[in-house]
Design a protein around this ligand. Structure first.
Ligand code: ZN
Length: 282
């Protein structure tokens, strides 16, 4: 009896040991696979780095085609509005959108604007004075606007873009190959963000500090949408213009083009893309 019991215990121990060993091997294999995948992912991201544009190219050409289709809206504009001459600094009209990236390495001359919660905000020197004036006047109207995004460096935009790719892969299970094109739908591909120009600002209201469509009902936006043109800024992505701009409605993103152009664009009710096409045809 005793021998039998011992043998039984021996078997149980053997099975337990085998199971443990199996688990250990599985764990080790899992760890090595994870490491390999992470390394592969990092290599791919590195490769993508500057070439992220290429990865998202099909998305971009698709939008370019959409834009070509959208163009006829210009044809409907009365002749006297099409031809109104305006003086301004044409350099301020530089177009940056999903299918018009900045020249490689473009860095504007920037000036410090202010510091909030440990972060420094900079803008293209040419728009700082008008920006400050606009913010002051907006505050004087009783609103509480604040700047939450200004100039972005290439590195910053690449970081935002790569973060989005990682999130898509790790949290939403996209392939590394497909993720860049999907990321490009919500985060600007490095080189295609207007914030890299230093002429774009995201302004939100302290009473509703969120980047969502409700932002349009805040006191800040109501004032800004009525007056920004007089300070040389345009609401860059108005409601219902995604087909022209390639970007969703953003009732917080303003772009500096200088006063004469801003007023003309406002009067015509056009997007920057349409306005530039119009100018080319003049
Ligand atoms: Zn913005």
């Amino acid at each position: 009896m005793k021998v039998k019991k011992k043998r039984k215990t021996g078997y149980i121990l053997l099975v337990l040991a085998a199971v443990l060993l199996g688990l250990l091997i599985q764990g080790a294999l899992g760890y090595f696979r994870y490491r390999q995948e992470t390394q592969d992912a990092m290599l791919l991201l590195e490769e993508l780095g500057g070439q992220a544009r290429t990865a998202a190219e099909s998305e971009l050409s698709l939008r370019a085609a959409q834009w070509a289709e959208a163009e006829p809206r210009l044809a409907a504009l009365p002749a006297e509005r099409r031809n109104a001459p305006q003086e301004g600094n044409p350099e301020l009209l530089m177009l940056v959108n999903p299918w018009n990236p900045l020249p490689e390495g473009y860095e504007p001359e920037i000036e410090f604007v202010y510091r909030l919660q440990g972060r420094d905000y900079w803008l293209d020197t040419r728009c700082v004075a008008d920006f400050k004036l606009m913010m002051n006047d907006c505050r004087a109207s009783g609103a509480q606007p604040y700047l939450c995004s200004a100039h972005r460096t290439w590195e910053k935009q690449e970081q935002l873009f790569n973060e989005k790719i990682r999130k898509l892969v790790w949290e939403e299970h996209y392939d590394w190959e497909n993720a860049p094109a999907v990321a490009a739908q919500t985060v600007a591909v490095p080189g295609t963000s207007e914030h890299q120009l230093g002429l774009a600002v995201d302004i939100i209201d302290w009473e509703h500090p969120y980047l969502d469509e409700e932002q349009e009902n805040t006191r800040s936006q109501i004032w800004l949408m009525e007056h920004c043109w007089d300070y040389g800024f345009i609401l860059r992505y108005p409601n219902g213009t995604t087909e022209f701009t390639g970007i969703i409605y953003e009732p917080w993103h303003y772009r500096y083009v200088g006063q004469p152009y801003a007023q003309e664009i406002h009067r015509m009710g056009l997007t920057l893309e349409e306005y530039l096409t119009l100018r080319q045809g003049r």
